[in-house]
Design a binder for this molecule. Structure first.
Ligand code: AMP
Ligand code: ZN
Length: 664
């Protein structure tokens, strides 16, 4: 087979697998097999830039960086929707539209997806552009980011119109949202509050590679354009589905407002079973001819109506406020409520976030408060019923000392959270940190669970993670639920963890803001714990993607005597505190202190390999050219604006071959 055909066949095959996986939810090959094929295609494309295709499945991983999103005027305006909240509202609407059109009216009922609206333009079956709603007249071009969302087809199937827009909503399903939050909590960051804001924030990230890692989905609901060859809304949804779009199957045709209400009532209850969030339903006149006759008001179509579910809200009494201490020492205030039923569950606690929140709402113990379960997972207090406030009520005084160890709390400027700084002496921090140390992505210690860690700490058997390595079977056997076998497993699991590579050890240490990715970066750059522990903030911020916040936290960590002692002990016990010889063999310092920008398509190696080579040899890759850039490595099709910028700043532009010479 000719190379070109081979490339195209692979693209087609991968596209189909993407479709099976992300649209049909029925993969036919393993992730591993998929990755092999993708890699193959990447290699071929790198060798043959002449067959470049902006819609190749390889571009799903992102990489393009957008500094400023370009404003694009919508060819067809993106309207808002009118809202209704009751049967009466819907009947009024029906009355109004019946006056304006002849004949029976059928309605399409759809879920109202709660995310960020998006307009996708397709031409000849290719995704041309993705634009946010903006003010409805014009939005931001976020194509590079949207391309990384796997349920957005880059090429269409079947018999599609030559050119059209399709509108939808980019959502973050609960599963993915929760996973993202678990990871954030693990590294000591505050979790994201709700999927909607996280989804719309994702679209505005500058680095599309970051977007590609977010489990976003795109759900479509509206075709816009001329000569679309459909005459009803329900049919247009079907068509979109045929062309490869993700159009949820819940949409239903209703013959009357009563049937619309049945749909509403059904989903008001069952929406909690959906994988993503909905805040209501949307009713649309099904017949497109009738839609056209009805037209638009100044802000919304007359032919559609949103029906908002009632935000589930109850009132209850605030009995007390307790304060939790997290693994990083962050204090979270929690409201203890008189138990009350909300959205099908009994609620006893609500999140209060931080001191500012309590002050803003002036929440006091014994207040009657309104609790709402909106987009958030944990219910929150949204207001106080001041009419019911006891006469002798006093404003809440936020704690000034750690509720566990009584150390004076600190609050860094610009941060909302208070912290207990007693890193090594505060029980929940000690337990939390060891639990993090043994967790799956860190040291992955088999045979040891979170509860056992708490037991070991509470019994005084361990006080930090280095103590684990001195535990004996004799010590653990008397613990609750321990038997001969499980004690063996535990001791053995701890021993096994001495094999875990340095970058994971670094993550396991639980340095604030040092998550998996940052740990990898730091390990690669500094190569050993000694080098890292002697570094400075200035040096750290020079490492790619390491910001001030992380740098400070790292330096802070290593400046503690106690941490120094713990790390020395870990070393003694044989924990990997530097990159292995194998990894080091591929590393040099040849590019130390040099900063590179990579642009264009390369022949010998892929862009990602090139970046890796730069980093492995001590160089830094950055995304935009500045006077600090040492070289621009230019491949085929280098961006013209990059070229001008490099020339004006006198930054040398070198070829792939020149670069390979630099490191050979
Ligand atoms: P609002 O933002 O409350 O004015 O609601 C209008 C928005 O609802 C539109 O801009 C769409 O992005 C969004 N929406 C979500 N699901 C649908 C749907 N099935 N049909 C139409 N619009 C929808
Ligand atoms: Zn404390």
């Amino acid at each position: 087979m000719k190379i070109k055909e081979q490339i195209e066949a692979l693209r087609e095959e991968l596209r189909q697998h993407n479709y099976n996986y992300y649209i049909l939810d029925k993969p036919t090959i393993s992730d591993y097999e998929f990755d092999i094929k993708l890699k193959k295609l990447q290699e071929l494309e790198a060798k043959h830039p002449e067959f470049y295709d902006p819609n190749s499945p390889t571009l799903r991983v992102g990489g393009e960086v957008t500094k400023n999103f370009i404003t694009v005027v919508h060819e067809h305006r993106m309207y808002s929707l009118d809202n209704s909240y009751s049967k009466e509202d819907l009947l009024d609407w029906e009355k109004r539209i019946k006056k304006l059109v002849d004949g029976d009216i059928l309605y399409t009922c759809e879920l109202k997806y709660d995310g960020a609206s998006i307009s996708l333009t397709y031409e000849n079956g290719n995704l041309l552009r993705a634009v946010t709603r903006g003010d409805g007249f014009q939005g931001d071009d976020v194509t590079a980011n949207v391309k990384t969302i796997k349920s957005v087809p880059l090429k269409l199937k079947g018999n599609y119109p030559q050119k059209f827009d399709i509108r939808g909503e980019i959502v973050l399903p609960w599963d993915g949202f929760n996973k993202m939050n678990e990871e954030r909590i693990e590294i000591g960051e505050e979790p994201y509050r709700n999927p909607r804001n996280t989804a719309s924030g994702s679209l505005k990230l500058q680095d599309s590679a970051k977007v590609s890692k977010r489990p976003l989905e795109c759900l479509l609901y509206n075709l816009t354009g001329t000569n679309l060859n459909v005459n009803t809304q329900i049919k247009s949804l079907e068509k979109a589905r045929e062309w490869g779009f993700k159009v949820p199957n819940e949409a239903k045709l209703a013959k009357s407002i009563d049937e619309v209400l049945e749909f509403v009532n059904y989903w008001d209850i069952h929406r909690h079973d959906l994988p993503y969030e909905t805040d209501g339903i949307v009713v649309k006149v099904n017949n497109l001819q009738q839609q056209e006759e009805l037209g638009y008001t100044a802000k919304a179509p007359r032919w559609a109506m949103a029906y908002k579910f009632k935000a589930e809200q109850v009132s209850s009494q605030l009995n007390s406020i307790s304060y939790q201490v997290g693994r990083t020492g962050a204090i979270t205030p929690v409201a203890n409520l008189e138990p009350v039923e909300l959205a099908g569950t009994i609620v006893k606690r609500a999140s209060l976030h931080n001191a500012d929140q309590i002050e803003k709402l002036d929440i006091r113990v014994r207040d009657k408060v309104f609790v709402e379960k909106g987009g958030e997972i944990i219910p929150k207090i949204i207001a106080v019923d001041l009419t019911k406030r006891p006469k002798d009520s006093q404003p809440t005084k936020y704690i000034t000392q750690c509720p566990i160890c009584e150390t004076k709390l600190v609050r860094k400027e610009g941060e909302a959270q208070h912290y207990c700084p007693n890193f090594n002496g505060c029980k929940p921090q000690i337990i939390g940190r060891i639990q993090h140390y043994i967790s799956r992505k860190a040291m992955d210690i088999e045979g040891l669970g979170g509860e056992t860690v708490a037991l070991l700490v509470n019994k005084g058997l361990i006080n930090n993670y280095s103590d684990l390595y001195e535990l004996t079977k004799k010590q653990v056997i008397p613990l609750e639920r321990m038997a001969e076998k499980s004690a063996d497993n535990l001791i053995n699991g701890i021993k096994q963890s001495k094999q875990i590579p340095f970058e994971r050890v670094l993550y396991a240490l639980g340095i604030r803001y040092v998550g998996e990715t940052v740990a990898k970066k730091l390990a690669k750059h500094y190569k050993s714990i000694d080098a890292l522990s002697f570094t400075s903030i200035e040096d750290l911020v020079n490492v790619d993607e390491i910001g001030e916040k992380i740098a400070e936290s790292v330096v802070d960590f290593f400046s503690s005597q106690e941490n120094y002692r713990i790390i020395s002990r870990l070393k003694q016990f044989g924990i990997q505190m530097e990159l292995s010889a194998e990894v080091l063999a591929n590393h040099t310092n040849k590019l130390d202190g040099k900063s590179f920008v990579v642009s264009g398509v390369f022949v010998e190696i892929s862009r990602n390999e090139l970046k890796k080579l730069i980093e492995d040899n001590g160089g830094k890759v950055s995304s935009s050219i500045s006077s600090k850039t040492s070289y621009v490595v230019a491949g085929d099709k280098m961006g013209p604006s990059k070229k001008t910028k490099a020339e004006s700043l006198n930054v040398p532009i070198i070829t792939e071959q020149d670069f390979l010479k630099l490191i050979s």
